[in-house]
Unconditional design. Structure first.
Length: 277
């Protein structure tokens, strides 16, 4: 007996076909489950964390949303100070969104062995760059367009986890214990598990209507416990108009001026204010 786990988000479906100790037999005999080393378990947890992160990004953010980097003019004395800064920024951002009649959604990671900074994705409320300066008076910021495709969610999640991994050390771990931090209003992906018939684990993967198989995602291997599995990602085929996907940009001024940018980048000048508590 084989099982299939489907994790479903807005633009993609991740499929895992697998055996368990109760279902896998070799030469008619049940295969004993192998023990997992702490290092292997750490890698597995990191992989699972990245998978959940990319599905959350894909499920909650779209082409009108923004990727934000926040840096410091003068580095905070401790990670605890940095945590207070990002929490204050989020509180101010929530208040600004509320005035605009919107609810803030966000995911962020903290990074920096030498220079502390933050990477964040937020839903767009058409904020001006100088408004971000008011909310983050500690240094500079960068705003970039998040294009909203499944591939973008995969790449951004990989980058976030990579940044988090590069900054693993005791002081930071005590302050930012999670791989990422997020708002509580994010919509989680749907998870479905089913039992496979023998004919359903074929060498050829037949995608359902409206999806294609991302070939680079296909992995057929043996798990740390010693059981074969197969993983692959199905990407929803994008709807197009006149053969062109329409993208929007982050900067409200650009929208008003009619500019159509496939990648919007806004770099703010340091506001030169005192650090706010």
């Amino acid at each position: 007996m084989r099982k299939r786990k489907k994790t479903i988000s807005k633009n993609m479906v991740e499929v895992l076909d697998y055996h368990t100790s109760r279902t896998y037999r070799k030469n008619g005999k049940r295969v004993k489950k192998k023990s997992i080393t702490p290092e292997a378990m750490k890698k597995r947890n990191e992989k699972a964390g990245e998978a959940m992160l990319r599905m959350l990004i894909d499920n909650n953010f779209t082409t009108n949303d923004c990727y934000l980097t926040l840096t410091y003019r003068e580095q905070p004395a401790t990670w605890d100070d940095a945590k207070k800064d990002i929490q204050n920024f989020i509180r101010r951002l929530k208040r600004r969104y509320k005035k605009l009649g919107k609810e803030l959604k966000y995911i962020y990671v903290a990074e920096g062995k030498k220079r502390i900074h933050f990477h964040m994705i937020i839903n767009n409320a058409e904020l001006y760059s100088d408004e971000i300066n008011e909310l983050w008076p500690h240094g500079m910021h960068k705003l970039m367009l998040y294009q909203g495709r499944a591939e973008d969610a995969v790449k951004l999640a990989r980058y976030f986890i990579k940044e988090k991994r590069s900054a693993y050390y005791s002081e930071k771990e005590n302050t930012f214990k999670r791989r990422w931090n997020s708002s509580k209003n994010l919509e989680k992906p749907k998870v479905k598990t089913e039992i496979l018939k023998p004919s359903e684990w074929r060498d050829y993967i037949q995608p359902p209507n409206g999806y294609y198989v991302e070939t680079d995602s296909v992995v057929e291997d043996v798990s740390e416990e010693g059981y074969p599995y197969r993983f692959y990602r199905l990407i929803k085929i994008e709807e197009t108009k006149n053969g062109i996907n329409k993208n929007r940009n982050c900067d409200r001024g650009s929208i008003r001026n009619g500019n159509r940018l496939s990648m919007a980048l806004v770099v703010s000048i340091e506001p030169g204010r005192k650090r706010s508590k």
